[in-house]
Design a protein around this ligand. Structure first.
Ligand code: NDP
Length: 294
């Protein structure tokens, strides 16, 4: 049985550090502020926005929750984003994904001031990550995965990391982050996706295997070499009539069998999920520190 990498406990450690930083900022009259914009009433998005708002309040951050109706037009949303760009009490802005279909999400992201783009999705921040420029914001889930590896004492430098999935939210920025020069980087990274051939052969060569594909329990024991470290980003609902809510959450990794082979593994839930929100808070605090606004 492998060592369990406890995301909740590591997130608590991040929060303890942040509380100190927030207290320092407040002493100098600055309170980090996060604005979360939700368009429409997607229940999952609503739940995410609620938990972000709650975490802000727990930490003593200024939290602005902007809930707009599903029929909000693009120009109205752009105007709201521009207002938030100019709001000196707000240091981080995020527009909860996915917005309704009529909204051009990429255009909304481009409208966010890169200095307030705490999700790290703005092209300027993606370019900075690619260039190895530390002044930008890195997307929260990849940052959380990296922190889990560091806190669990996993050697990243020189390791072969295989990332399953190439989305702009997880796989691609994670690959860039782990191959970056310096602390928490210097890995040899391979990215596999739905068109990859010999997938199992590649994943079996990983020292660190990170699954972010959105396929319930896709990664089986045969995909993993003995002693590998496995990070499971996936959050998938599968029907389960034995549960009161009718479903259970599983990752992209078949936990029971893979944990017999891996040296360390993250659970779902309680692994990457809590770290994503912790990193959002960390990015917001950093945005405040780096800003010139009061
Ligand atoms: P996307 O659907 O945007 O991307 C999935 C990626 O996986 C794509 O690159 C796709 O390949 C690849 N893929 C899909 N099926 C296969 C397969 N059978 N074999 C190999 N590659 C495959 O998903 P996200 O990156 O947004 O999310 C991935 C998972 O992580 C989801 O379960 C999501 O819920 C979860 N997630 C969890 C977060 C957390 O905080 N823990 C945060 C964000 C996401 P291709 O590009 O070829 O289509």
């Amino acid at each position: 049985m492998s060592h369990l990498i406890e995301g909740r406990a590591i997130a608590e450690k991040v929060y303890a550090e942040l509380r100190g930083e927030i207290a320092e900022l407040k002493k100098s009259g600055r309170t980090p502020g996060l604005a979360v914009v939700l368009v429409g009433d997607n229940p999952a998005s609503r739940a995410y926005v609620r938990s972000k708002d709650k975490m802000c309040r727990d930490l003593g951050l200024h939290s602005l929750k902007l809930e707009l109706p599903a029929d909000t037009i693009q120009d109205e949303l752009l105007a709201r984003v521009r207002d938030l760009n100019n709001d000196r009490a707000i240091h981080g802005i995020l527009v909860q994904s996915p917005p309704p279909k009529h909204i051009d999400e990429a255009a909304i992201i481009r409208a966010i001031d890169p200095a307030k783009d705490v999700d790290g999705f703005h092209p300027v921040n993606i370019a900075k990550l690619t260039l190895g420029d530390d002044s930008g914001f890195v997307p929260c889930t990849p940052l959380g995965c990296q922190r889990l590896l560091i806190e669990s004492g996993t050697e990243i430098a020189g390791a072969h990391v295989v990332v399953l999935g190439r989305s702009m939210i997880v796989g691609k920025p994670l690959a860039l982050l782990l191959m970056r020069k310096g602390k928490g980087g210097d890995a040899t990274v391979t990215v596999v996706h739905s068109r990859s051939q010999r997938l199992a052969e590649i994943t079996r060569s990983a020292d660190i295997l990170i699954a972010a594909i959105g396929q319930p329990e896709f990664v089986r024991a045969e995909h993993v070499r003995d002693g590998a470290v496995v990070i499971d980003v996936g959050i998938n609902r599968v029907d389960d009539p034995t549960m009161e809510r009718g479903y259970q959450l599983v990752g992209d990794v078949a936990f029971a069998e893979v944990s017999e082979k891996a040296s360390a593994i993250t659970p779902v839930p309680g692994g990457v999920g809590p770290m994503t929100i912790a990193m959002l808070m960390a990015n917001t605090v950093r945005a405040c520190r780096q800003s010139t606004a009061s």
